[in-house]
Design a protein around this ligand. Structure first.
Ligand code: SF4
Ligand code: SF4
Length: 314
């Protein structure tokens, strides 16, 4: 979808009350090459135009109705690796203060530069988890290096914690590193592995055949998350985001608004685990799922998988 050129002020985008997550994929680029990564690093999609920082600030500043009883819904900057965006600091420092910011990162950036350019208060809020959530990727970075950087950001006053995915091939190592981090006073949490490994699909899903890649079915689907891709397009789910499905709008489209109605979808069966997994919400309450799916009586045909689902991002 082309970026609108109209420079006039844009109307508000009112966040639906049930929306509890705003994901901003600043870029899908990343300096690491994890074998389980869901991004296709060599794909032409990686070279698609990313939205400049000024346009991100303009588009995200439209968001209203973020306030909730437990605190405002943050904008979560993620990727890929969000710090790779050339205007990363302009975006963080340009968003209005009423919009809280969370950051999902692999911490590959220069932490001294980050400390010099970002106020710790800008990424800190009342929440049962850290605002900067660092993903640890064994084989891509030495854990010692990650710990040193994390300690440095903690000393500088940032709210930060490390997360490790319990991939069946890495589980022992992740748990050992967790023990080490906790001994050093660092918040280290584990995440369930989602996707195929060792010949089976891992993860706890609300709809058990949604991610099996064995069939497709026509359904109607309603999401409670706002997912915005690197070019500013808004997608109904992670499947569409990663597979370049048809966007449902653009963050700079004056006519864009969040809809409450379920949308028709013919890709059920190839859903992304991120959308279907049973997980904790931003209040760390277990049992939340990003989408609600309605099943009509008729079943669809089969199709070939474009690629297997993978494990984790960020
Ligand atoms: S059914 Fe699956 S692929 Fe379709 S919109 Fe919902 S989550 Fe996405
Ligand atoms: S999983 Fe995350 S850190 Fe690893 S290559 Fe993909 S985006 Fe980069």
């Amino acid at each position: 979808m082309p970026i609108p050129n109209d420079r006039s002020s844009l109307p508000e985008i009112v966040l639906r009350q049930e929306c509890n997550y705003i994901a901003v994929f600043l870029t899908m680029a990343c300096p690491y090459r994890c074998s389980y990564c869901i991004n296709e690093h060599e794909s032409p999609r990686k070279k698609e135009d990313i939205l400049p920082g000024s346009e991100w600030v303009r588009g995200l500043s439209r968001l209203t109705n973020l306030e909730r009883q437990e605190g405002a819904v943050p904008v979560t900057l993620q990727g890929g690796e969000p710090s790779v965006h050339p205007d990363f600091y302009e975006i963080i420092n340009g968003l209005p203060e009423r919009i809280p910011i969370d950051l999902l990162t692999n911490l590959s950036f220069d932490v001294e530069r980050f400390i010099a350019r970002v106020d710790p208060a800008r990424l800190k809020r009342q929440a049962p988890y850290a605002s900067i959530r660092v993903s640890y990727h064994p084989g891509q970075v030495a854990f010692e290096e990650l710990l040193v950087k994390t300690h440095r950001l903690m000393e500088a006053g940032f709210s930060i914690g490390i997360y490790g995915v319990l991939h069946p091939d890495q589980q022992e190592h992740i748990l050992a590193m967790q023990q080490r981090a906790v001994r050093e006073g660092v918040d280290f949490r584990t995440k369930e592995f989602l996707g195929f490994a060792r010949g089976r699909l891992y993860g706890q899903y609300k709809y058990e055949d949604a991610c099996t890649l064995s069939h497709t079915r026509q359904v109607r689907c309603r999401t409670s998350e706002l997912l915005i891709g690197a070019g500013g397009n808004v997608y109904r789910c992670h499947h569409d985001l990663y597979e370049q499905g048809e966007p449902i709008g653009h963050i700079l489209d004056p006519g864009f608004e969040m809809m409450n109605e379920p949308r028709p979808c013919r890709w059920y069966g190839h859903c992304n685990p991120c959308d279907i997994k049973v997980k904790t919400n931003r209040l760390q309450q277990f049992g939340y799922t990003a989408v609600d799916i309605e099943f009509p009586a008729t079943a669809g045909g089969r199709r070939k998988s474009r690629r297997a689902v993978a494990a984790a991002t960020g």
